[in-house]
Design a protein around this ligand. Structure first.
Ligand SMILES: [Zn+2]
Length: 358
């Protein structure tokens, strides 16, 4: 064999090697969907749904059982049987109708106006946010995380509403609430409870309740960012102690999440994030999905945290689906997550399925 044919063979091997690698990378691009468990639905219906999702290319389901480990166990069994990866989706700091928490009015966040989320709820009645600083309220949330982490057949605990209530709503939602938000308004600014204020005062020797412009105090902002991070970091330990990973649904990109809801997810100890890149909420176009994905991926560089782009299916036409998937794929996401399973039509699923073909 002469040198030329050796080189040729080397090139052929290299080509096939690279091609195989590209195929693996493509196959690894994960398709997720969020799903809320409905007690009224029969197991048979779930068998059918999970089969349908799997058959059309969905790899993972994020299931909200309202923190109930028994329901999760049942659903993990049904979804697992169809070959779906299961994630335990939980509403973390916003706990509407939480019967245990409701016994403790002092667990809830308090606004700059001094009103508690326990009975004065911002925007909507289901906004019932717990304080991330108080020992008892954060332990309650972490206890729920532990309960879900103990369930067999679950890949991750998936934190949602892991933040403060919105200081700024997404711009596209403001008309719905007939609101103008051109500064941090006191009724949407939390947590001014006694525990938060005294802990902050001990640390920084100043009192946000007495500040004329607490929205300009960087330590006060950082204090609250750190309190959410501390809950996440503890949840990470709990999940990993049970051989699970930790994932979360977060606001589009870190700087935006920090300003809107006090959520700097690029600083967290977490395995995967699923930013909710819901372009229509922000009056943006489909190419924004790619830009936001890239921003998040860049911000996570060197952290070891993976990013999967979350998209809002009711605002996406089936004929736009291929472009949406491409926006995530071409900008460094490890996967794409669809909100939610109910909104996925057969037409959407057909595009998902065909996008998986090599
Ligand atoms: Zn507080």
């Amino acid at each position: 064999m002469n040198l030329t044919s050796k080189t040729l063979i080397a090139f052929i091997l290299l080509f096939y090697g690279l091609n195989a690698m590209a195929q693996t990378a493509k196959a690894d691009f994960k398709y997720w969907t969020w799903l809320t468990y409905d007690q009224k639905k029969k197991d048979k219906e779930y068998n059918k749904l999970f089969h349908h999702l799997r058959e059309n290319g969905i790899d993972a389901v994020l299931i909200n059982t309202n923190g109930n480990p028994d329901d999760l166990k049942k659903m993990a069994g049904l979804a697992g049987k169809e070959g779906l990866e299961v994630h335990a989706w939980i509403m973390a700091m916003n706990r509407p109708g939480d019967k245990v928490a409701l016994q403790h009015p002092d667990w809830y966040t308090v606004s700059r106006e001094g009103k508690s989320c326990y009975d004065t709820r911002p925007y909507v009645d289901y906004y019932q946010w717990l304080c991330p600083t108080r020992e008892a309220s954060r332990n309650h949330v972490l206890g729920l995380v532990k309960g879900l982490a103990e369930v067999e057949g679950v890949a991750s605990v998936h934190l949602d509403y892991i933040r403060f209530s919105d200081i700024f709503l997404p711009i596209g939602l403001l008309p719905k609430y007939n609101l103008t938000q051109d500064t941090e308004l006191p009724e949407f600014d939390f947590c001014y409870c006694d525990v938060c204020i005294s802990e902050f005062e001990d640390m920084h020797h100043k009192n946000p309740r007495e500040m004329e412009h607490p929205e300009l105090d960087i330590e006060w902002r950082q204090f609250r960012l750190n309190k959410i991070k501390a809950v996440v970091d503890d949840a990470y330990k709990i999940a990993h102690d049970h051989n699970k990973i930790l994932t979360a649904a977060v606001f589009p990109y870190p700087e935006m999440a920090g300003r809107m809801v006090r959520q700097r997810w690029d600083k967290w100890q977490i395995d995967e994030v699923l930013p909710m890149v819901y372009h229509n909420f922000y009056n943006e176009e489909i190419d924004w999905i790619g830009w936001v994905t890239q921003q998040g991926v860049n911000d996570l560089k060197d952290t070891g945290t993976g990013l999967n782009t979350g998209v809002f299916i009711p605002a996406i036409q089936p004929e736009e689906m291929a472009q949406v998937i491409d926006q995530a794929k071409q900008n460094g996401a490890k996967g794409i997550a669809f909100f939610d399973a109910n909104a996925l039509t057969d037409e959407h699923l057909a595009v998902i399925k065909s996008s998986k073909k090599p």
